[in-house]
Design a binder for this molecule. Sequence first.
Ligand SMILES: C[S@@+](CC[C@H](N)C(=O)[O-])C[C@H]1O[C@@H](n2cnc3c(N)ncnc32)[C@H](O)[C@@H]1O
Length: 274
Amino acid sequence: MAEIELKPEEFSLFRKYIYEKVGIALSDQKSTLVKGRLNKRLNQLNLTSFQAYYDYLISDTSGDELALFVSAISTNVTSFFREGAQWKWLEGYLDELIASKREKKIRIWSAGCSSGEEPYTILMFLQHHLSDFDQWDIKILATDISPKVLSHAMAGTYDAKGVEPLPKEIVLRSFEKIRFDNSVRYQIKPHLRSKVLFRLYNLVTDPFFFKNRFDMIFCRNVMIYFDDKTRHDLIGRFTTILPKGAPLFLGSSESLTTHRESLKLLGSSIYQRL
Ligand SMILES: C[S@@+](CC[C@H](N)C(=O)[O-])C[C@H]1O[C@@H](n2cnc3c(N)ncnc32)[C@H](O)[C@@H]1O
């Protein structure tokens, strides 16, 4: 299989398109990455040049190819209970939140949820800490740009490696063990799955239609590829749907340099709406 060359003018086309569509700013150094990661895709499609692939990409109105492209150049890596310090902090905050509620209703957005570990962790966490969990009306909105990771998330089935390190009590309460060929898989129990609304949603270009406010927003390890302007705009939109005091969780390597007047850093990449 011969490697297809990516010419500088072709790379410029991808760079402009990807920036406009998903806010990902590809530096010149990313040319080798795009070439390396996309060569296999060109071969699958029987295309012989990156120009032909570009034409294919921009003519695909379903957004599936764009999602594939984004997945190829970025990462969907995730895990249950990622960023341990944030869950520890949330234990204290949950008491405050519960005490402030007049209705037993919680709404949370997991923005850039990948294969679902994050929204399901939120539910496992709530189930563990709320003694009357079943009496609460809890909905998690979980969105991602990639249909592939979303379908994995909706199925809620994970291999043993990701699940077995979790505390036994949580595994027993939240998963059903299923045999798949010769291996063991774990599926999130239906009553938890039914509390998550999975949606395909591009955080950069899709309209911000949210009328309701969220008790908290998780947008962790998603903005790492965005440039400052895209990040700034998105955070600004988040602040419009976070009530006073509500937290915004970012990934541990992410920090905010703007919006200081509306978001205060509490530590561990947790920001509180002022
Ligand atoms: C590294 S994963 C993070 C998953 C999870 N939030 C976590 O921290 O474990 C980043 C996810 O962001 C999604 N993503 C990247 N750009 C996006 C965009 N413009 N709109 C929506 N999702 C996006 C990717 O598809 C990927 O699934």
